[in-house]
Design a protein around this ligand. Structure first.
Ligand SMILES: C[C@@H](Oc1cc(-c2cccc(S(C)(=O)=O)c2)cnc1N)c1cc(F)ccc1N1NC=CN1
Length: 327
């Protein structure tokens, strides 16, 4: 544990305080049982598991375990540790809870609360109305998901933390059934699960271009208003029930489209009040974009508008190509 702290010694500043690894709860490896693989994460496999809180306990707590493979670079080790430090500092109902870490030896583990509803993008795609089954979701369900994510984003904004990768793929649900809560659950510029959403620009880090504002992909400028832009794209993902934004467009086409003022079209049946929030998040001038407190007020307005709530959900049938076809 200490050998990892020497070279780069990733101290972590959050809300004006400094933290290091010793602030994270140590989970004894022998109290952890990995049960099944959930999927490939950015670092290594992610497992579902059971954690015996106290040795004598009969009950075991379901957890998700991110693993770091033994053969990892020091950079990966530190990124992994930093992600644990980041998550360990947050304390909000709409942000995934870090239970602890096992960093005493390889493979290193990050132990998280298990959100058994799975990720938001998958949930939306599974919830699309089919002829044999009208959608199990209504407009209010969708808006409540958006409210949960906005509350998590507001907490990050208040703590001056820039997420850089707000997207449906990085949000999880406590359950698929009503009463579900959505949490922001990945802080590693996650290259989880949806590898294709990321774009390698100039060989540097993979970038989620379709969720980024111009000042970010042109000049590498990231502020809380970057997350506001991404949140607007997440709103579009939710209202389209999990479509890939700018469907069929290559990332470089999206960059030129967005720079020249092009924007995502409203998903079919998207209430105008909701589309208005999206477009306000996509203002070319970052300061002109709303903050998350304002976004929450606008969403509350949508939830009080009968016409908006009464809007039926319809899956995207014929998607209009929103980007120029030329290379
Ligand atoms: C790291 C991983 O964390 C979790 C995944 C699932 C989870 C993910 C998928 C399905 C189910 S389940 C048991 O409900 O079928 C639970 C449940 N809880 C977690 N804390 C994660 C966080 C995200 F924000 C997005 C995707 C993933 N992954 N990583 C690998 C697969 N998903």
């Amino acid at each position: 544990r200490n050998d990892l702290m020497t070279e780069t010694n990733p101290n972590y500043e959050f809300a004006g305080e400094r933290y290091t690894l010793k602030d994270l709860r140590d989970v004894p490896r022998e109290h952890l049982r990995l049960t099944r693989a959930l999927g490939q994460g950015a670092f290594g496999e992610v497992y579902e598991g059971l954690y015996k809180m106290r040795p004598g306990d009969a009950v075991e707590m379901p957890v998700a375990v991110k693993t770091l493979p033994e053969l990892s670079t020091l950079q990966a080790e530190n990124d992994f540790m930093l992600e644990a430090l980041i998550m360990g500092k947050f304390n909000h109902p709409n942000i995934v809870h870090l239970i602890g870490v096992c960093f005493d030896k390889h493979p290193r583990y990050i132990v998280l609360e298990l959100l058994s509803g799975g990720d938001l993008k998958t949930f939306l795609r599974e919830s699309r109305p089919r002829n044999d089954r009208p959608s199990a979701l209504n407009m209010k369900d969708l808006l409540m998901c958006c409210v949960d994510v906005a509350k998590g984003c507001k907490y990050l904004e208040e703590n001056r933390f820039i997420h850089r990768d707000i997207a449906a793929r990085n949000c999880l649900l406590t359950a698929k059934t009503p009463g579900r809560i959505v949490k922001i659950a990945d802080f590693g510029m996650a290259r989880e699960v949806y590898m294709s959403d990321y774009y390698r620009k100039g060989g540097k880090a993979m970038l989620p271009i379709k969720w980024m504002p111009p000042e970010a992909f042109l000049d590498g400028i990231f502020t809380t208003k970057t997350d506001v832009w991404s949140y607007g794209v997440l709103l579009w993902e939710v209202m389209s029930l999990g479509y890939m934004p700018y469907t069929g467009c290559a990332n470089r086409n999206v960059m030129s489209l967005v720079v020249s003022g092009g924007r995502l079209e409203p998903p079919p049946n998207c209430p105008s009040l909701v589309y208005a929030i999206m477009t306000s998040c996509w203002h070319p001038e970052p300061p002109q974009r709303p903050d998350f407190a304002t976004i929450l007020e606008k969403l509350a307005g949508c939830l009080q508008d009968p016409e908006t709530l009464a809007t039926p959900l319809k899956p995207m049938i014929g998607l209009t190509e929103s980007c120029s076809q030329d290379a």
